[in-house]
Design a protein around this ligand. Structure first.
Ligand SMILES: NC(=O)c1ccc[n+]([C@@H]2O[C@H](COP(=O)([O-])OP(=O)(O)OC[C@H]3O[C@@H](n4cnc5c(N)ncnc54)[C@H](OP(=O)(O)O)[C@@H]3O)[C@@H](O)[C@H]2O)c1
Length: 178
């Protein structure tokens, strides 16, 4: 069975980015000596699925930060060429979350890192996220792009683990109740 997994950071007021996509408040916390569990998280993921918003932000990073194949879900980008240099690393698709997971499953993919606020919301609504590692940064940014959105009904989660870092970041792992 294929499964989706989230590893994402928010401000204390629940945003993954400012309204203009800025994440400086998060990048400032980067610590070469502390990856906040990212290495362990990514170790058993086969593919990263992200929304166009996240892809456009990460395009500005040099070097390309991922060592896993990336599938970008985007109605706008589907059918357009992948930027030079990323052809063997990135694919564009206008699939729905369900279609994307079915396609990846048929390719033998088992564990998917789902990234991007709107995209994570869609995957959660579709019941395609198994667990989430949420890292809270002790900063209020007042407005921004939220991690969570509207739902047709409440969703219960189980707290699997919680830890804090000397920097003040708090990380909690949740599993969606079956
Ligand atoms: N704090 C963190 O840890 C973290 C992590 C990841 C990203 N970010 C930041 O968050 C921002 C991007 O997040 P975001 O929420 O704005 O965008 P996003 O979820 O990355 O991308 C949203 C876009 O994906 C496309 N899409 C395709 N299928 C979709 C579906 N089923 N549901 C939702 N969207 C779908 C749509 O573009 P089309 O119109 O092209 O279809 C939509 O506008 C960036 O600034 C990034 O740097 C922060």
């Amino acid at each position: 069975m294929i499964s989706g997994h989230v590893f994402i950071a928010t401000s204390l007021d629940g945003y993954i980015a400012r309204l203009d996509g800025d994440i400086d408040w998060l990048l400032q916390r980067d610590d070469p000596a502390e990856d906040h569990g990212y290495h362990d998280f990514i170790a058993d993921k086969d593919v990263i699925v992200m929304g166009r918003g996240s892809f456009e932000k990460v395009l500005g990073f040099d070097p390309w930060p991922y060592d896993r194949p990336v599938l970008v879900l985007s109605r706008q980008l589907a059918g357009t060429p992948v930027p030079p240099g990323l052809a063997d690393k990135v694919r564009f698709s206008n699939a729905t979350p369900e279609q994307a997971m079915a396609q990846l499953s048929s390719e033998g993919v088992r564990r998917v890192y789902v990234d991007g606020g709107q995209l994570v919301q869609s995957f959660i609504r579709a019941g395609l996220v198994e667990d989430m590692v949420l890292t809270t940064v002790p900063v209020l940014i007042g407005a921004g792009r939220p991690l969570f959105g509207t739902l047709p009904q409440d969703l219960d989660l189980k707290l699997v683990a919680s830890r804090s870092f000397p920097s003040g970041l708090v990380q909690s792992t949740y599993r969606f109740a079956p």
